[in-house]
Design a binder for this molecule. Structure first.
Ligand code: AGP
Length: 597
């Protein structure tokens, strides 16, 4: 959940590290720090945002350094707990992303042998442990130290004894090296270094790397040699910039026509659906994911069961890994994850694999951990910097539709007419999303009316139910307004008790098989005083008689319409948060990827 960075080259390290940290800030923003090698190690740390760090950092010269932006797990956000952490002598500095599970045991031993700790973090054991095992060679000392560590880590280490060198290592936390012109960059993910270089080496689990003027050498923690490929990332560096938008979230919402075009590009033809990975013929599918990706999974269940007639279970990854799941080689487990780094999702798919199930990933981040676990289908949404997932969600929905169509046609469960309708609908989807965006001013005006609300309800039925959950999640994570999403058919089983005079209820009421039932649910909440914001098709002339406000989406196939409604809900959440003056791209207590349990 933290971001680590490093730089070694001919330029001054401080501005480069600040640039990398700013780009990684979405991974954590409780505190930040840097350490620069220039004879000694000079550190600068601050509580809060990277901008705070920049404002308090004195001039520090030096062409080698490491940095960190933190999402606190062990120890409150403070400058003492900010990374980098140093050994007793101040000759070794370490930045760490992950959790050292046996840190108490290690810390006790280190204190007993005279080490002095300055922070409450688990990470501080690392520089002391490296100091304890220091044998004059930083690489072998790091290797030795790590052999005593249990947990997850991506680390970067510098030492005054070896001034032109950074040692890095990873286990279960992402780490990438960028190869520039006589300079090297280290970061937790590629989006941070795209501006500097597109040539990268992804570190694998259990690998240790030494970066110096001679280049990069990677070996296993056990000392075995490793041949690393240099990969060229074809993402446009501009995709990781705000490009004039006030927030990354807004930019990413507006990117969706192009993103979905890219997601579908080359994948739909008269021969069928072409995906990056084979889809095995299985008895059952289990979808594993967290948060927004879990909501995409719920949508996946509806479309796969509808068009391929394969039973689908959708599980929250953090639950699945501990329920002793019943799963075997007749099952296909699909892990959906934007980051490809979510600890629970990775652990859950490993658990499924260990029980013999077949595995598939639906992932956005190139080179992320999940791509090493199983064959993956890329959602191709490009870097998503806003903590609130937007374009990654709609691209996941599009990929799940493609999976459903492909499985349906392989199993001869989908008719040619259905396939043609869906394919035609998907071809029009980018244009239809654009029409939703063209109407953003109306959504903005509506959101402004409700920015003062202190509670929201979102309801939908069928494939719109996952959208209702996602609409509620989007609103609560960026505006901090309690919001509940529910299946409208459940109203009378409980949620109706929450309805009071004036409570805003967002009802997704696009035309589908349960449209009439949805109108019935709207009447039920209206009768109890709710103010209803309906999301309805452009051609729906009836809806205005039922609701107080209408936000329109173009007419579309009912299995595609949820993608359009999701865009409206994202805009709605964005503008409510905007009018409440919230920190939209960096909501409190959250970070973009949850790489710890
Ligand atoms: C949603 O806006 C959040 N960013 C969060 O729920 C996210 O979807 C979840 O943490 C899963 O992340 P992943 O897709 O990267 O695995």
């Amino acid at each position: 959940m933290c971001g680590i960075v490093g730089y070694l080259g001919k330029s001054e390290a401080v501005p480069v590290l600040f640039d990398l940290l700013r780009r990684l800030e979405y991974r954590g923003y409780d505190s930040a720090g840097i350490a620069i090698l220039n004879g000694s190690i000079q550190t600068s740390k601050a509580k809060g945002r990277v901008d705070n760090l920049i404002s308090i950092t004195p001039e520090i010269m030096g062409c080698t350094g490491i940095g960190h932006t933190r999402w606190a797990t062990h120890g409150e956000p403070s400058s003492e707990n900010a990374h980098p952490h140093c050994n007793c002598e101040g000759s070794i500095a370490v930045v760490h992303n992950g959790i050292i599970e046996n840190y108490i045991e290690l810390k006790d031993k280190l204190i007993a042998s005279g080490h002095k700790f300055r922070s409450e973090t688990d990470s501080e054991v690392l520089p002391h442990l490296i100091e304890e095992y220091y044998d004059g060679d930083l690489e072998s000392s790091v290797r030795n130290a790590l052999s005593h560590v249990r947990g997850s880590y991506a680390i970067a280490v510098v030492s005054t004894d070896e001034p032109d060198q950074i040692v890095i290592a990873r286990k279960d936390s992402p780490l990438v090296i960028g190869l520039g012109n006589n300079e090297h960059f280290v970061a937790s993910d590629v989006a941070a270094i795209l501006k500097h270089t597109k040539d990268v080496i992804f570190m694998g689990d259990g690998e240790i790397g030494v970066i110096n003027g001679g280049g990069v050498k990677v070996t296993t923690l056990g000392g075995g040699s490793v041949e690393k490929n240099i990969e060229t990332i074809d993402w446009d560096p501009e995709s990781a910039e705000k490009s004039g938008y006030e927030h990354f979230m807004l930019k990413e919402i507006f990117e969706q026509p192009a993103v979905i075009r890219e997601t579908l590009s080359g994948r739909i033809s008269s021969d069928g659906i072409d995906l990056d990975a084979a889809l095995p013929n299985v008895r059952r599918i289990v979808i594993l994911a967290c948060g927004t990706s879990y909501h995409a999974g719920l949508f996946g269940r509806y479309v796969i069961e509808r068009f391929a007639r394969i039973p689908v279970d959708v599980e929250i990854a953090s639950e699945f890994r501990y329920i002793d799941p019943i799963i075997d080689c007749g099952d296909l487990v699909i892990a959906i994850t934007q980051s490809g780094e979510t600890a629970d999702t990775l652990a859950a798919i490993r658990e499924a694999g260990s029980r013999g199930s077949q595995k598939l990933g639906v992932v956005n981040m190139l080179g992320s951990s999940i791509t090493r676990e199983c064959p993956c289908i890329q959602t191709r949404a490009g870097p998503e910097i806003g903590v609130a997932a937007t374009k990654s969600f709609t691209s996941q929905l599009a990929v799940l539709l493609l999976i459903a169509i492909r499985l349906g046609s392989e199993r001869r469960m989908i008719t040619t007419a259905e396939m043609n309708d869906l394919a035609a609908g998907l071809r029009q989807i980018s244009g239809n999303i654009q029409r939703v965006l063209n109407d953003a001013a109306r959504t903005r005006e509506c959101a402004k009316l409700f920015a003062g609300a202190n509670q929201f309800m979102f309801m939908g039925r069928g494939a719109n139910y996952p959208c209702a959950l996602e609409g509620a999640l989007k609103l609560k994570e960026i505006s901090y307004i309690p919001a509940e999403g529910f299946a409208a058919g459940e109203l009378k089983h409980g949620p109706l008790a929450l309805i009071y005079e004036g409570i805003p209820v967002v009802a997704i009421a696009t035309k589908d098989a349960v449209y009439e039932k949805m109108l019935g649910n709207i009447k039920e909440v209206k009768a109890r005083g709710a103010t209803v914001i309906g999301i309805a098709n452009e051609s729906d002339t009836e809806i205005e008689r039922y609701v107080d406000h209408v936000l329109r989406v173009p007419d579309a196939d009912p299995w595609i319409a949820p993608i359009l409604s999701s865009v409206v809900l994202q805009l709605f959440a964005y503008y409510v948060a905007y009018y409440r003056d919230c920190e939209i791209d960096k909501p409190r207590n959250l970070a973009k990827s949850v790489t710890v349990e």
